[in-house]
Every structure is written in structure tokens, then in C-alpha cells.
Design a protein around this ligand. Sequence first.
Ligand code: ADP
Ligand code: MG
Length: 668
Amino acid sequence: MGTGVESRKFEAEVQQLLDLMIHSLYSHREIFLRELISNASDALDRLRHEALTRPELQAAGDPFILLEVDPGLRVLRVVDDGIGMTREELVENLGTIARSGTKQFARALREQAAAAEGGDGGPGPVTIGQFGVGFYSSFMVADQITVETRRAGSEVGCAWRSEGAAEYTLEDFPDADPGTCVSLHLREEADGESFDEFLQPMRLVELVKKYSDFVEYPVVMDRRHFEGHDELETMTIEGDREVVVLNSRRPIWARPKADVTEEEYARFYQHLAHDWNAPLETIHFRAEGVTEYAALLYLPGQRPFDLFDADRERSHVSLYVRRVFVMANCEELMPPWLRFVRGVVDARDLPLNVSREILQQNRALHQIRDRLVKKVLDALARMLADDRERYAKFWTAFGAVLKEGLVVDAERRDALADLLLCATTAGDEPTTLAEYVERMPEGQEAVYCLRGTDRATAASSPHLEALRARGHEVLLFLDPVDEWVLQQLSTYRELPLRVVNEGTLELGSEASQSEREDREREFRPLLEALEARLGDHVESVRFGGRLAESPAVLVAPEGTPGPAMRRMMRETRGADVPEPRQILELNPDHALVARLRALAEEDPAHPRLQDLADLLLGQALLAEGAPLPDPARFARLVTALMVSADAGPSADADSPGAAGDGDASAEA
Ligand code: ADP
Ligand code: MG
């Protein structure tokens, strides 16, 4: 084909994304420029990196990112002299969707479009910024895009061209300068929407200042657009071309705190996090002494969509050395349980081409990390003390991640325990452990905790009955990670944390305990009959002190792995982890238990006893929100019970002694 044109199809998902870009309306389409400038800046970073080991790649002149407009042709160009792309890289980078962020964005857009068609207005415009959607966002403003590029060190260039349809073309481009030129042919005015603003130099200046001011490389435009503006900084590129520099390039973290406005902090955060919102908290400090560095960290206000994706970055802090970007997602600077923190650390005394291996052993870096973690935890403690509402917002978004720290970081366990917010039986608002302890009545000697999966089920769990009757508040632990938290956090300020759905729970006096044990002996035939009937489903049947109203409840033997832990064991070992068998704990004071005893003594194999045993287990499972072993049979038994029951006053239905006369003598 020689230099002939080769056509290729976009990957199906790119195609969908482009359709949506072209046909939908966006709240912030101007961000395409930010995306192109950031790509150019990445390309310059990468060239500088490769040139560390291959100096011959270094471009002749100073690095730059050039914006050019040609209003006559309706063309806007973003040019850089960075790393460039080979033909293969063009296909790989601009023909497929490699990144999950872009995929998620496509899905959000589709959902928005579907909702809008459904006529309910939809969930509001998707904020593109959150997704870091990158290069393809240019199709919001352009109906044709050309990328002319030459990879550093390569002799031939290549041109990529697309109109956003199913195909794009590639052709050899012998005259390409090293680097990349992205040309956008801006869409014509349509539906009252004009795209001309992106051809106006002053508007571009505004956008560069807004989104890309701190980009390290000069973003420049030709001098002729700025006649009469002699105050502007100028430079020369490509030997003799005089251009004006639009961005200040002063990294925000290198400036004194007092000089940076909240607005500027927010913009930088938005650039880092691809989040349209302002950060919830900004932490900016400079450390002097043996290890000198500046750190600028942000806590986001909302949870990103991929916080729990296993394949996402475990750190969102970038490392710079003397203002030069070295590494994104530096795990040596921030532990995974603070992966929601966004930010930058700029260290003075590290080598630029530092490798991961060196970083892992670098003591200075460990110190920096400890200090950063402490700063973040201090900021959270302050927020909790001073602004509960804001802290609650933080907690909703990231509490479950912070809890991972409680599990893995023994040294910070106490500090993290103080930051916990827990749902509680004492009200709708979550509480801290300290507040719980403050409220504890005289004589209470443990912090009571219930492990559950959702608030509604947990709050009405039979496990709480006796505790509630005694006026004890119970904390509800509802996140999957809480299983590990409760395992590691055995005490708080010397008080034991007691998981009430596990093991034995003794609230009464020793006398009442021994009384129950006597009764257990007395009721032995019943307990044995129930164990015989339910032995496939429960470990044992016994009496316990947890219940006040319900006849029975399921209790996990102490130390049993909960559902989240079992899921993890299944995933990591690939093995089948059997559901652990629970203990069926009966309320010895419940009238139903007395009735069952009578049946058991009459005949341990009494059919009615068998049915009632199944019902008892079924309702104990239901109260936990757990599935029934045989739902159809359970339904038949309940129906039979309803048919045969005297229509007694329903108010009695959940008080002790309400076993009534209902016979569950269904034939199953
Ligand atoms: P991201 O920048 O997040 O990777 P983009 O959609 O913005 O995603 O870009 C996709 C890829 O295309 C980049 O990762 C990069 O490899 C390549 N690319 C885009 N613009 C340039 C450029 N100006 N120079 C070199 N490579 C580029
Ligand atoms: Mg990009």
C-alpha cells in the first residue's frame, strides 16, 4: 500500500463512547482541552524519562505544548514535542478502550441517555471530569480529529484520522515532527450551540489558566495573537518562533500556603482526582530537616466508583523530586487503606530515576510516609471534633476503607478506633466509641457489638432483646470489613468489645445462669428431640440468656468466620468453604418452648413437634435475613398454622406466651 491509507474499525466500545460523545450534551465539554494538554504533558514526561537512559532521544529545543488556531479552517491544534507514538501505539491507544475509567464513563453516559429517553429527566448530567475520559472527549467539540505523530527515536511518522464514525484511518506521514500534533476540526454551530469559543485565543488563555496553570511545561501560543500585551511572558520555540507562555507553571505545592487561594487548591485537586467537586479537606505542609519535602494531600468528598476494584491503584499519591514528576500511585508514600487520599509529595533529596526497588528500601521515604499518615489521621480527628457533619460525609464515603487500617496496622489501631463511626441502637445518627462509652450505664463492662449486613435487619435482631431489656446500647457493624475489624479490635480503652451474635452471652446474675442450666437438664428430652430433627442445619440446641421476646435465635460459635470472610476464603483458596453450622439458642421462658416440651415428652418423634421445629429454625433464619433451606415447605407450614389458628388478638402475637393454640400440623 506504500503510503496509502489503511482503514481500521474502532473497538465496539470506543464506537459506543464516540456516539455518546457526539450526540449527547455535556455540562463541561471545555475539559477536552485539559485532557489534551495533560496528554501532551504526560508525553513530555515520558520523553524525559526515556532520555535519562537514552540521551539521544532528547529533543533539540526546550519542551513545550503549543496551541494553534486557524479560524478560517475552524481548526484548533495541540502540539507537543514529547514522546510521540508509533503506528502500533496509535492503534492501541486511540482505537481501543484500555482503561476502566473510560468504560465506566461510557456506562454512566448510556444510563443517562436511557433515563432521558424514559422521560424522567435522568439523574442529571454526568460530570465527565470524574472519569478522566481523556482523548475521546475531543469528539464533544470536533467532528474530525487528526493526530500526526512521530515516536522519539523513530524515522517515520504516522497520521491517524477519524470522524467519530465506525472507522479511523492510518497513513504514513513522512514529514511529521517528533512529538504529536492533535488537530480538531471544530463542529459547526448547531441547535443554537456554538463551538467558536475554542477558536478565540483569549478564551483559550482563560481555559489554560483555569485547568492547566500548574502544568510543568510551558503551554504557549503564537505571539501575534497578543499584540499590545507586552507584559506577557514569552519564549522561543523551534529555533525562531516567538510565543507567549499562558501558564504560570508554578506548582501549587511549592508555594507558601498563605499565597494559595482555596479556588486554586480546588482546581489542582480537580486536575489530580478528575473529580468535578471541591475537595473535602486540603492538607498542605512542608517538612524541613533531614528529609525535606513538600506535601499537598486532599481528601475527596465522595467515593469514586472504583474504590473497591481489586485491579485499581493502591495509592493515589504521586512522587516528584525537585518539581519533576517521578511516579504516580506511589505506594511507598501512602498505605492502601488511605488510597482515597489524592496528592503530591515533592522530595528534595531523591534521585530522579529512582526505581521501585530503591524506593522500597529508602528510609527517608518510610519517614515521609509515617508523617503523611499521621497528618491525614490528625486532620480527620480534627474534622470529627469540629465539624461532625463533614466528618459523617467523609465516613460515608471512605469509612469502610479506613477500617482496613484498623485490621492491618496494629500501631495505629487506637488512633483509628477513635475515628470509627458506628450505627447504633441508640438512635439514627452514627456514634463514636468514645460517645458510646460515655453513655454506658453504671455496671456495664463491655462494648456490645452486633455484626450484621444491613441496618434494618440488624436493628430488629432477636440478639438485641435481652440487651435492650436491660437498657444496653449496641453498636451495629455492617460493613464486610467489620468481621476483620471485630477480630482485631478486641478492646477499646480497656473495655472488651463483645460481639453479641457469637458465643455465649451472659447478662444475668450467676444465680440466673445456674437456674438456666438446671432447666437445660430438665428440658433435655426436648433439646435432644430438636437436635435430632435439626441436626443437619444446626450444631446444637441450647438455652441462652439473649432473648426476651423471641423463642429462638441463631448464634455463631465463637470465632466462626462470617459471610465476608468465607467469601474471601472461597476466592483466595478457590475451595468450597462450607457454611458453618450455628447454634440454635432457645428462650427458656417462652411459652412456645413449654409447649414443645410437652410434645417432646409425649413422643420425641411427634409429627407436630417436627413441624414446629422446622418453623422455629425457619423463623430464626428469617430474623437474620438468611435464606431458608426449604422455603416452600416453610410456606406450607405457615399456611397450615394460619388456617388452624384461632383468630386471636394480633397484639399478642409477639409477646411471650403467644404460642396460642395454633397447630402446625400440616402434612409436608
Ligand atoms: P490517558 O491519558 O488517561 O492514558 P487518554 O485517552 O487521554 O488516556 O489517552 C490515551 C493514550 O494515548 C495515552 O495513554 C497515551 O499513550 C496516548 N496519547 C494521547 N495523547 C498523546 C500525546 N500527545 N503524545 C503521546 N501519546 C499520547
Ligand atoms: Mg489523558
